[in-house]
Design a protein around this ligand. Structure first.
Ligand SMILES: [Zn+2]
Length: 219
């Protein structure tokens, strides 16, 4: 059985996580997020988990070598496809991943990448209008406003803006994102396996476009 590996790209606020979830639900492909994998390994007290825990507890970034071991292990699960969300973030991680694929994948397996393309202007607009509650609810002043202005529908606490969503921080996050991801896109653009989707459309429409481009619309 050959498998498909799809790597999702998109800036913060692009909605790529939502699209990765929708696609995973539709196709049954397993979603791979290094954050989730790390947490699961740590909880299960595996060798990898024990190695990772030292870094996580010290508030340090987990080394790339450990991340790639983690990803390689997760690809051994039984599935027709895998969706990467949030990894790789830079060209070093992309190179690690390409090398690992060469070793671990079979000839008929395919690796594709998909960019949910949203302009910085739109990202800033979206994130600046996001409001959150300490109960975990998330609102958007335009697309998903609370019933009562500034108050959570679920728990009636006062809503606030995440520090991450303040304009100065958004600008910084976008700058870092572009710096890190540009060489990765340069790499993918040389292949015929780079799918670009207009991310400035309604969520359902983006989902359908992704299915169409993957030939999964009617499956
Ligand atoms: Zn709430």
């Amino acid at each position: 059985m050959s498998k498909t590996i799809l790597i999702f790209f998109g800036s913060p606020g692009s909605g790529k996580g939502t699209q990765a979830d929708l696609l995973s639900q539709k196709t049954g492909w397993k979603k791979i997020s290094t954050g989730d994998l790390l947490r699961a390994e740590i909880v299960s007290k595996s060798d990898l988990g024990k190695r990772a825990e030292k870094y996580v507890n010290a508030g340090k970034l987990v080394p790339d070598k450990l991340l790639i071991d983690l990803v390689a292990k997760s690809l051994k699960q039984k599935a027709e496809g895998f969706i990467f969300d949030g990894y790789p973030r830079n060209i070093k991680q992309q190179n690690d991943l390409s090398n690992m694929f060469e070793k671990c994948l079979k000839k008929n397996d395919q690796v594709l990448s998909l960019l949910v393309d949203v302009s910085d202007k739109e990202v800033k607009q979206r994130l600046s209008q996001r409001r959150v509650c300490s109960c975990g609810s998330i609102y958007h002043l335009k697309y998903n406003p609370p019933i009562n202005n500034g108050v959570c529908d679920v728990c009636h606490q006062k809503l606030f803006i995440r520090d991450d969503d303040k304009p100065k921080i958004i600008n910084h996050r976008l700058k870092i994102y572009h710096q890190n991801i540009k060489p990765v896109f340069d790499y993918w653009q040389q292949t015929d396996k780079f799918i670009k989707i207009n991310g400035e459309q309604p969520i359902a429409k983006i989902h359908i476009e992704i299915l169409e481009k993957l030939g999964k619309r009617n499956s």
